[in-house]
Design a protein around this ligand. Structure first.
Ligand code: KG4
Ligand code: ZN
Length: 354
């Protein structure tokens, strides 16, 4: 079965073709980061308009790359939510229009389900790397199986989920204020690193001393699996004002160290609480090198397995939507051509495909 995936929930237009036999055939992405940079954040109306401009050329590109035609598509998966309403509507209406024109089913996917299932995506394309990344010193890929703990760390979400199967998600903890990626972005901005600053902050931190300033680890000892990042961001702001630009690298390193400490500690607590031995890290902040290094070291020491999507598929993309769609397509959803988007949508409200 050949599934077209369309992601348009925020500022990335992603299209992909996933074949249930052959794996991921092609994926293409347009990032709007440069367009939104001058505003210091995503401008929803500009995002929607750009998705309209980019989606069809990207569709042509993935079809050409996979050597397929529109008529070869068996089903279409699109991001139904959560995200920006207008941006979601672009992907949903393209999916629905194509579904009606081709007489093929469409399926609306929860964006975070896309992220958390993405390490299961087997990759036949070597330039994208192995789909299931071998970690903690093992040379051959470890096999990811349900159940597992998933840490979802993106610009909009920070959640720990217990995952027992497709659509079987139990929320164990989440942020009570800022998402981890949001905290990285806001701290980067106050250090003058532009938007979105997560990767830039991480690069600057490489030159800094993580122990010069002791930044807070909010909720580290809260005895639950919730997170908080607002206080950490404010502490970085206060330091930046006091110490000036020459301290930027040390503040960046101190901030990153504190964020990684909290994220890693909560993952370990979730594994301990559930007795599970597999951890999946998904979402944009999952690309952070220090977070990966810390979790790999913990996994080695505490004997659990940790899985990441390939780096290219850590941030928003169409491949994860096509893959989640393929896994859900036993369900008949949206056959009448109608569709809705869900800008706010609780992941643990999903049900397993019947
Ligand atoms: O999953 P994603 O692409 O989009 C959302 O659904 O939010 O995540 C984007 C977030 C941004 O906040 C970005 O700054 C952060 O992931 N990010 C990073 C890194 N790469 C991306 N944060 C820290 N270190 C990185 N290397
Ligand atoms: Zn995302």
């Amino acid at each position: 079965m050949l599934v077209l995936g369309i992601e348009s929930s925020c500022d990335e237009t992603g299209l992909a073709l996933y074949d249930t036999e052959a794996g991921l055939l092609a994926h293409a992405l347009h990032s709007q980061v440069a367009m939104h940079a001058e505003y210091g954040g995503v401008v929803p109306e500009l995002a929607s308009r750009d998705h309209i401009r980019r989606a069809l050329p990207l569709l042509k590109r993935v079809l050409a790359e996979a050597g397929m035609a529109l008529k070869d598509i068996d089903a279409i998966a699109y991001t139904q939510g959560p995200g920006l309403a207008g941006a979601l509507l672009v992907g949903a209406s393209i999916a629905s229009g194509l579904g009606l024109a081709l007489g093929k089913p469409t399926v609306g996917i929860h964006h975070l389900e896309g992220h958390l299932l993405s390490p299961l995506l087997a990759e036949p394309r070597p330039e994208l790397g192995s789909g299931i990344t071998p970690m903690n010193g093992h040379e051959s890929p470890l096999k990811l199986r349900f159940p597992f703990i998933a840490l979802l760390v993106s610009g909009g979400h920070t959640q720990l989920m217990r995952v027992d199967g497709v659509g079987r998600y139990e929320m164990l903890g989440e942020t009570v204020d800022d998402a981890a990626g949001e905290a990285f972005d806001k701290t980067a901005q106050l250090l003058g690193l532009g938007y979105p600053g997560g990767p830039a902050l991480s690069r600057l931190a490489e030159q800094g001393d993580a122990y010069r300033f002791k930044l807070p680890r909010p909720m580290l000892n809260s005895h639950n699996l919730d997170f908080s990042f607002a206080g950490l961001k404010t502490a970085a702001l206060t330091l930046a004002r006091k110490e000036g630009p020459t301290a930027a690298a040390d503040i960046a390193a101190g901030f990153q160290e504190a964020a990684v400490d909290v994220l890693a500690a909560k993952c370990l607590a979730a594994l301990k609480q559930t007795g599970l031995k597999r951890l999946v890290v998904a979402g944009g902040v999952g690309a952070n090198k220090n977070l990966r290094a810390r979790l790999d070291a913990e996994a080695e020491q505490k004997r659990f397995q940790v899985f990441y999507p390939p780096l290219a598929l850590c941030t928003d993309n169409g491949a994860m939507i096509a893959f989640a769609g393929a896994m859900r397509l036993t369900e008949a959803q949206g056959h009448d051509g109608s569709f809705t988007v869900r800008p706010r949508w609780d992941l643990s409200s999903l049900t397993a495909p019947s």
